[in-house]
Design a protein around this ligand. Structure first.
Ligand code: NZQ
Ligand code: ZN
Length: 388
């Protein structure tokens, strides 16, 4: 049964090979001063920067650049970005990049007109914005996070060893997002692989919770099957537009709140992965893959019927002659084989984590209560040790 809910998605999407041209339709809605936010320079190599800048100039915008947004954007960078956007009297923050740029733009957007320290206000105290919010637009160049159509913003604080996400409301979500699957073709294979696993795990986080029959879980299964089917093609044949476009669209639907409607959700893989990320600064999707199987094998007995359904419905496990446990375990084995083929990190040690970090990572792990088992500290430590 579905619980009660409301649903609205505030972001307008433009999808496809000609989607950047719609920036011309969006820009006139905003004032003259635009902050162009981007990462470490990939957009300068693949030509996206030139194309975006040409459209900004043609629309008479007064552009200031805020480049150098790192993967896993930091609280220090955020503070600098707020100052820059404030000095420029920003009317629009245009993020051109992956989830890091888009998340960062949202965090800047709620802080430009706010006197308090952005980390303290939104990521330490989880307060909601109470000041004017600068609109955000996003030109997506990397697929995975779903940041293009959600209110999420994840910021890392290296001083406190914390990586924390704040899910903001409709008013902070990108006003528009431009998704051209071709842009993902210049991604290094490792980034694409990490993005694919991130998508898959977002779906799992919402699926592995609750026992009831609901349409959100049916949608989740369809998305998982599509990601599995298209993933290996997208990796082996980076120019395959069909596979890239299916992956990109699935990523958006995986985390634009649709498949969590009316049900509880888990999100513990993300809590464990983000804590590990705060210590290692590793690629987000890889931190998730490294902790997933030890976590899912740990909670399997508590959510046995859902893991059984996952095995049969998503992985096509033949149930004949098997116990529920055997079926459920066969599902996770099939998932493991897919992960190995894809080439994701299977251990935290591959990402630079060491035994002496385990206690600290456990301290940084936020315990959520929506999954099949509310973990205690000893279980967190056990899962982290098995992930190492
Ligand atoms: O910085 P540049 O030079 O642009 O290079 C980036 C970066 O090194 C590169 N890249 C992006 N597009 C490219 C490209 N290289 C070549 N060609 C292209 N077209 O890819 C690298 C990774 O980019 P990044 O934006 O960091 O990746 P992703 O999209 O995975 O974002 C990760 C961040 O999003 C957060 C993560 O925690 C992490 O901080 N998340 C945000 C979520 C949300 N808003 O809902 C949910 C997620 O679970 C996640 O936590
Ligand atoms: Zn994620």
């Amino acid at each position: 049964m579905l619980g009660n809910f409301s649903y609205k998605n505030a972001t307008k999407l433009y999808f496809g090979e000609d989607s950047l041209s719609y920036l011309n339709e969006e820009l006139p809605r905003y004032g003259k001063n635009v902050v162009l936010i981007y990462g470490g320079g990939s957009i300068k190599k693949n030509g996206i920067y030139d194309d975006v800048l040409a459209i900004l100039k043609a629309n008479g915008k007064n552009v200031v650049e805020d480049g150098g947004v790192m993967p896993n954007p930091t609280a220090d960078k955020l503070r600098e970005g707020v100052k820059l956007a404030r000095a420029h009297n920003a009317d629009l923050l245009l993020a051109v990049g992956g989830g890091s740029c888009c998340d960062y733009a949202k965090a800047v957007s709620v802080s430009v007109h706010c006197d308090e320290d952005p980390w303290d206000k939104y990521f330490a105290r989880f307060e909601e914005p109470d000041c004017e919010i600068v609109p955000v637009g996003c030109v997506l160049t990397m697929t995975g996070t779903g940041s293009e159509m959600n209110g999420g913003s994840v910021i890392t604080n290296h001083d406190t060893h914390q990586k924390i996400g704040h899910v903001f409301g409709d008013e902070v979500m990108p006003k528009f997002a431009i998704l051209n699957p071709r842009y993902t073709m210049s991604l290094p294979k490792r980034q694409m692989v990490a993005g694919i696993y991130d998508i898959f795990n977002h779906i799992c986080e919402q699926y592995f919770s609750g026992e009831d029959d609901n349409v959100s879980d049916d949608l989740a299964e369809a998305l998982m099957k599509s990601v599995i089917r298209n993933s290996l093609v997208a990796i082996e044949d980076p120019e395959n537009y069909e596979a890239r476009s299916n992956i990109m669209w699935a990523a958006t639907w995986a985390l634009n709140t649709l498949i969590s409607r009316g049900k509880t959700t888990d999100w513990m893989v993300h809590m464990l992965g983000q804590a590990a990320g705060a210590y290692t600064d590793a690629t987000h999707g890889m931190t998730l893959s490294a902790v997933s199987l030890p976590y899912y094998r740990h909670i399997l007995p508590y959510g046995l019927q859902k893991f059984r359904r996952f095995a049969i419905g998503v992985w096509g496990v033949d149930a004949a002659g098997k116990t529920d446990e055997e079926i459920a375990n066969a599902g996770l084995l099939a998932m493991e084989q897919w992960m190995r083929k894809l080439g994701v990190a299977m251990r935290l040690s591959e990402l630079g984590a060491t035994e002496d970090m385990i206690e600290g990572i456990a301290d940084a792990t936020i315990i959520l209560k929506g999954g099949y088992k509310v973990l205690d500290r000893a279980e967190v430590i056990e899962i982290l040790r098995k992930s190492l």
